[in-house]
Design a protein around this ligand. Structure first.
Ligand code: PHE
Length: 438
């Protein structure tokens, strides 16, 4: 149970409530959402199982685990580079994740001050732009969030995490349902549903397919060793298949709920679904602002969302911290400060993307857009593909069957998906993206 909670805490976060709606909005909804769901179940499930089973088999940090298990199967230590890429991806992702988590922290205070009461769409948007556009304020909340994360990671995670998740997940679910009730009556529910589930396959670009796959990896915390690091603590008798299924289900419920709340608000208020990272911050306050006791609900909601972000942030830092502790014999506190300090510094790339450097664009857009695109759409799927290939091709049948509870029907299904379907699907989407397959 503790393990399911920890993995759920890592999976459910800003990825579900902040990122999924805005990425879905930017990619036209409908078809994107269905591809995303397909990726979650067909690719996400076997990759998650592979990652956890490797973690439990190796019982070390991701770098050492990949090196060790590779050696056991008679390979050189090169597989450790997959672990190393995960460490780097985690650091890069947390650098912007922390900035957005900082915004949610700030929104607790804004909610309590009554800033959203009866506010118009333009006013709510103005609040977001004013805040993310303010270099000092957004630096402060980013610093605050990283500080708290470093503190907790330094003190060893397990205990507090479990308690936090046990309370946070059900509470967040209840608030999402309150918001859903509001969205259903907002006058935009039909339009929101159509946008989310009515696919326009003609308009689906390969870029959107790649983004859907990247989002599946991101939201399930896959491809960078977080679940491998957690798997290292997993008791031998816990079912990896059952855990993965439960976590994927919970994560999907949160993402779909977020969409069902946000898109109706978008259409009821004549907003633009493709407006980007500010989407959640420009819509949810509208609902809270018109609700009985909205200031209170809003504050609780943003507290819970900050909590959810924080339980994910711990997972993002864990591979790097565990690696420093085991490889260089640092104390957890030293490792947390070193890794966290680096992440904090890198975070200014994102802080600045929304103010001073907002007009500085290259490749995919701002610094933030580039870090996000490259980590989610390239590093995580690539890492996930290599992890799955490792579990299903490099590790011998006995080891993986042993971890997955014997060689029954389910095992054969996993092996088929992990050997062929997941790696080929990922490779296919990559190759199409760079234009090799036309
Ligand atoms: N899954 C988390 C979210 O959806 C983000 C995350 C990615 C956490 C990778 C850990 C590892 O918010």
């Amino acid at each position: 149970m503790a393990f399911i909670l920890a993995v759920t805490g890592s999976a459910v976060g800003l990825g579900n409530i902040w990122k999924f709606p805005y990425i879905a909005g930017q990619n036209g909804g409908g078809a994107f959402v269905l591809v995303y769901l397909l990726c979650v179940f067909v690719i996400g499930m076997p990759v998650m199982m592979s990652e956890i089973l490797i973690g439990r088999r190796g019982r070390r940090n991701p770098v050492a685990t990949m090196a060790l298990l590779g050696e056991e199967e008679g390979h050189a230590r090169h597989w450790q580079w997959v672990g190393a890429m995960g460490v780097i991806a985690g650091i890069c992702i947390l650098s912007y994740y922390s900035v957005v988590a900082g915004w949610t922290l700030a929104y607790v205070q804004k909610s309590l001050s009554g800033a959203f009461a009866g506010a118009s769409p333009a006013e709510v948007r103005g609040i977001f732009e004013g805040f993310s556009g303010n270099l000092l304020q957004s630096s402060l909340v980013h610093t605050l969030f990283m500080g708290v994360t470093i503190l907790v990671v330094a003190r060893g995670v397990e205990r507090g995490l479990e308690q936090a998740v046990k309370f946070m997940v059900p509470a967040l679910l209840i608030l999402m349902l309150v918001l859903l009730a509001y969205a259903i009556n907002s006058g935009g529910f039909g339009a929101g549903l159509t946008f989310m589930f009515d696919p326009d396959w003609e308009a689906l670009t390969i870029g959107a397919v790649l983004a859907a796959m990247g989002q599946a990896f991101f939201t399930l915390s896959l491809g960078m060793g977080a679940l491998m690091a957690y798997g290292a603590y997993l008791p031998q008798e816990t079912s990896i298949t059952g855990t993965s299924a439960a976590v994927i289900l919970a994560d999907t419920v949160f993402a779909v709920l977020a969409g069902l709340v946000i898109f109706p608000l978008v259409f009821a208020n004549g907003l633009n679904p493709s407006e980007g990272p500010g989407l959640v911050f420009g819509t949810l306050p509208l609902a809270f602002g018109r609700m009985q006791g909205g200031a209170f609900f809003a504050a609780v909601f943003f507290v819970l969302l900050s909590f959810a972000a924080w339980t994910s942030a711990i997972g993002l830092m864990e591979p790097a911290v565990a690696w420093l502790v085991e490889r260089y014999h640092r104390t957890r506190a030293q490792a947390a400060v070193m890794v966290g300090g680096l992440i904090w510094l890198l975070g200014f790339g994102t802080v600045l993307s929304f103010n001073v450097l907002s007009q500085f664009r290259f490749l995919r857009g701002t610094v933030y857009d580039n870090v996000d695109w490259f980590t989610s759409n390239v590093m995580l799927p690539l890492g996930g593909m290599l992890i799955t290939v490792f579990a299903a091709w490099v590790m011998c049948r006995n080891s993986s069957a042993d971890e997955l509870g014997g060689a029954g029907k389910l095992y054969r299904l996993w092996r088929f998906l992990a050997r062929f379907v997941a790696p080929l699907a990922i490779a296919f989407i990559f190759l199409r993206t760079v234009g090799v397959l036309g």
